[in-house]
Design a protein around this ligand. Structure first.
Ligand code: SF4
Length: 201
């Protein structure tokens, strides 16, 4: 995929943007640059595939509830992640116009990306790009969320086939918040890292 136009749109909206051919290259760059920081990570299969936790942990204090310390609860780990200087997440969809879409369960991820850290880094594989905001929202709801429900083994109607959203009211429904960045929020530094690979859901 050619990121040229998307990169231009994102830069016009105020984001710093870089692109990498592979996840491995992106991870190596972030490992080289981020040192001596507190880093929080939101629930993200992209981050998992990039092995960012493993890459950043030796030189930073990294908080991620998927790799929580034994002496901390998931909730404590999420709160520590949200208090970090740098927060790393992916998105569930991005439009060709540069709007970012995320769906969340407890809100820790969207809260941290909306406000709090000094810097937010979004790592985004090319599979997340949709032609319009409407299609990016559709993707988040009908592709990313069902696949995440299946990964998390939730008792929801979508988790079996992960084929589309059934707009369930299951107690285990993972889609509770829909967060859209129309443009870069004020008051925080944002960097978007575009990667020429399919990553996450
Ligand atoms: S609303 Fe329910 S059915 Fe739809 S994706 Fe979310 S968990 Fe699955």
């Amino acid at each position: 995929m050619d990121f040229t136009k998307l990169k231009e749109k994102l830069e016009k909206k105020g984001y710093a943007v870089r692109e990498f051919q592979t996840a491995e290259e992106a991870t190596a760059a972030l490992k080289h640059e981020i040192r001596g920081e507190t880093v929080g990570i939101g629930g993200s299969e992209t981050v998992n595939q990039m092995k960012l936790f493993e890459a950043l942990s030796p030189e930073n204090e990294v908080w991620w509830h998927n790799k929580k310390p034994e002496n901390r609860s998931v909730e404590e780990t999420k709160r520590a992640a949200n208090a970090a200087n740098i927060y790393i997440s992916s998105v569930n969809g991005i439009s060709e116009n540069g709007e970012l879409v995320n769906i969340d369960f407890s809100g820790n991820r969207v809260a941290a990306t909306d406000y709090g850290p000094k810097k937010v880094i979004f790592v985004i594989g090319e599979n997340k790009v949709a032609p319009t905001l409407e299609r990016a929202v559709w993707r988040a709801r009908n592709v990313a969320a069902p696949q995440n429900a299946r990964r998390l083994k939730r008792k929801t109607p979508c988790a079996g086939k992960a084929d589309h959203c059934y707009d369930c009211q299951s107690p285990e429904r993972i889609c509770r918040i829909l967060n859209i960045f129309l443009t870069k929020p004020a008051g925080c530094e944002y960097e978007i890292i575009l990667i020429h690979e399919a990553l996450g859901f």
